[in-house]
Design a protein. Sequence first.
Length: 88
Amino acid sequence: MPHVGTRIHKLRQQRKMSQQELARLVGVNQSFISKMESGEQTNPSAETLKHLARALGCTTDYLVGMYEDEDEDNDNELLPAAVALVGT
């Protein structure tokens, strides 16, 4: 099962966003994003997860792997209705 950092990296790349840009949007250091993506940092706070989800246009459930897809490339959880719920 991919870890949170793998999903962060995938979404960041899809959005053509640098680690520095994501860090700025989330309010963390670029090194934090790098450590998350590499799996070195594995337990972000709920608040940080919320900011990551907003910046990446996904749900926190998607980031933490709440719902397992047989095909990890299936991004059904990224539908606009789900994204609209982030931050409510």
